[in-house]
Design a protein around this ligand. Structure first.
Ligand code: 3HC
Length: 284
């Protein structure tokens, strides 16, 4: 079931005993693979809840950007949480940042981790390759988790030898603000949210309404904090496209899973939303 806790504590069956006695493993050391918006957010909440975190990505400049984003987010949180005590706020920011280190080589860090959370590109082949490799280097007790937004956890876990220590942990953007983490098979939010976002695009493509009007309508009429086009830009059009393409491949006839020409074109032009400065809207 979906849960709202940020403490990574999980019970797993002990593989060394024939009985089904559950062994409680307390997660202390966490590696997050992928320094994008989601990975950085996951690293942040893990560090803020007292875990030591290694954030991994392919290049130092990506990791520097991730850490800068984490620091900015922590400062916003500290300003609110410690409004009466700025000194405690600064300490919270420093302490959380000191819990996070970075690395460009996942294989070299996973041996000492209790939990490895993957938040890389939404592509089964790429995820499988990563986990297959990490499986060789991680210690026996390490739990693997994927932040996949649309793929079957079993199909990712099958690339490893630890199917009994493999979880789906689906966070939401912006991770520090969104209280939900899903681990239920199939996930709920994206199954409803992504078809809604795509239906908004279709409405716009048909010329039924402008994107601005659709956004205003959903904010004022449904009480959503962002309209669908604002949210598409916030989440990233590439992420939405990957999800849609995967679902379309599984069920080509489903009208909810039909890809959109305009989203595909924007992704090809690298207009991915807020992160690249342009999506459905332009950003400074
Ligand atoms: N870290 C820390 N604080 C943040 C933050 C961050 N990353 N982002 C926003 N905030 C804070 C702001 O500082 C502000 O604080 P204040 O109240 O003290 O001024 C507060 O949150 C509100 O922010 P804003 O005034 O800038 O704007 P909003 O009121 O619109 O809130 C939002 C921003 C929380 C992002 C809100 O618009 C929202 O909830 N949007 C919907 C997000 C959503 O639907 N996410 C799910 C996407 S689906 C997904 O991720 C799944 C994936 O698999 C695709």
């Amino acid at each position: 079931m979906a849960f709202v806790t940020r403490q990574f504590v999980r019970s797993v069956s002990s593989s060394s005993t024939a009985s089904a006695t559950a062994k409680k493993i307390v997660i202390k050391h966490v590696a997050v693979i992928g320094g994008g918006l989601m990975g950085a957010g996951i690293a942040q909440v893990a560090a803020a809840t007292g875990h030591t975190v290694v954030l991994v990505d392919q290049a130092e400049d990506i990791l520097a950007k991730s850490k800068k984003g984490i620091e900015e987010s922590l400062k916003k949180i500290a300003k609110k949480k410690f409004a009466e005590n700025p000194q405690a706020g600064s300490e919270f920011v420093e302490k959380t940042l000191s819990n996070i280190s970075t690395n460009t080589d996942a294989a070299s860090v996973v041996h000492s981790m209790d939990l490895v959370v993957e938040a890389i590109v939404e592509n089964l082949k790429v995820k499988n390759e990563l986990f297959k490799r990490l499986d060789k280097f991680a210690s026996e007790h390490t739990i693997f988790a994927s932040n996949t937004s649309s793929l079957q956890i079993t199909s990712i876990a099958n690339a490893t030898t630890r199917q009994d220590r493999f979880a789906g942990l689906h966070f939401f953007n912006p991770v520090p603000m969104m209280k939900l983490v899903e681990d239920t098979p199939g996930f709920i939010v994206n199954r409803l949210l992504v078809p809604y976002l795509m239906e908004a695009v279709r409405l716009y493509e048909r010329g039924d309404a402008s994107k601005e009007d659709i956004d205003i309508a959903m904010k004022l009429g449904a009480g959503y904090p962002m309209g669908p086009f604002e949210l598409l830009d916030y989440v990233g059009l590439d992420t939405t496209k990957f999800i849609m393409d995967g679902w379309h491949e599984m069920d080509t006839q489903n009208p909810l899973f039909q890809p959109s020409q305009s989203v595909n074109k924007m992704v090809a032009e690298k207009k991915l939303g807020k992160k690249t400065g342009e999506g459905f809207y332009k950003y400074k």
